[in-house]
Design a protein around this ligand. Structure first.
Ligand SMILES: [Fe+2]
Length: 275
């Protein structure tokens, strides 16, 4: 069975040091640890002694037009080797423009031209790293009028053509679906099962009928329902809970991960042929 867990956040470091083995999987933001040393790396290495760690980056900018950040990839490679990362990934987005890094995850237009561009950059990054990347679908509060295909068709093509794996963020799917008016279940059904390496679940805000990805709440019930459907359709996949703002205790975030574990077990027990 897959291991589930939570994202590693700085404000929970003391709790992790008190009791390092708490979950089956921990996800660390690459840039917070790569070549940083000091306490963050010490905490990560302590956790890693008992628990697999996935590295999740925010700065690769696979959709960007600036040169690929080869030094950033070298830092990622060093960290991944040092902690023997379970897998490494980043987002299907861009965040650098003319050499400026904006710390944002902007969506790319879903065009053939953008697809070729992204596939080439993911391929180049994978060649440098000597491993597959796990690429996450992002939030989008805009729709590019040039888009020629759906977000899910684009994501499937990216995975297929670049031979990468996918981190399917079900909250992002649900928020985009609600704001843009598509069916999130169609999106999830379209995903290629063997390429789904990991899931994200997170909370969002509702404001005047629009949804905002705040990571400041428990996972919303419609996202849990989408998760049930995802398990039914694609089988069990490791889940990481993202909870950043207004963050409660580590125990509360872990409880959310345990809910994912129980829900997954329930769904699998309902499957035909389950013991
Ligand atoms: Fe996410």
């Amino acid at each position: 069975m897959p291991q589930h867990g939570v994202g590693l956040r700085t404000h929970h470091f003391p709790q992790w040091l008190e009791l390092p083995k708490r979950v089956g999987l921990v996800e660390a933001i690459t840039e917070n640890f790569a070549d940083r040393g000091g306490r963050p790396l010490a905490v990560l290495e302590r956790i890693r002694r008992d628990t697999p760690v996935a590295l999740h980056g925010v700065s690769l900018s696979v959709g960007g037009t600036d040169a690929l950040d080869v030094e950033g990839l070298a830092r990622l490679d060093r960290l991944a080797r040092r902690i023997d990362a379970a897998w490494v990934g980043d987002h299907l987005s861009f965040g650098t423009v003319d050499g400026r890094h904006e710390h944002d995850l902007w969506p790319v237009p879903f065009t053939e031209e953008a697809l070729c561009h992204v596939v080439e950059r993911i391929g180049a990054a994978q060649d440098i790293l000597g491993r597959r990347l796990v690429i996450e679908n992002v939030l989008s509060y805009i729709e590019w009028k040039d888009s020629e295909m759906t977000e899910w068709a684009f994501l499937c093509e990216v995975a297929q053509r670049s031979d990468c794996e996918l981190l399917l963020d079900l909250n992002n799917v649900y928020v985009n679906a609600t704001n843009q008016g598509f069916d999130p279940y169609v999106y999830v059904d379209a995903m290629p099962t063997p390429r789904i390496r990991q899931l994200h679940l997170a909370g969002h805000d509702v404001n005047d009928g629009w949804l905002f990805d705040s990571h400041a709440h428990p996972v919303a019930e419609p996202v849990w329902q989408l998760f049930r459907h995802c398990v039914r359709t694609h089988g069990p996949v490791p889940v990481i809970i993202e909870w950043d703002d207004d963050a409660p205790s580590l125990e509360r975030v872990i409880a959310e991960s345990q809910r994912a574990q129980s829900m997954e077990a329930e769904v699998l027990a309902e499957q035909p042929g389950a013991a």
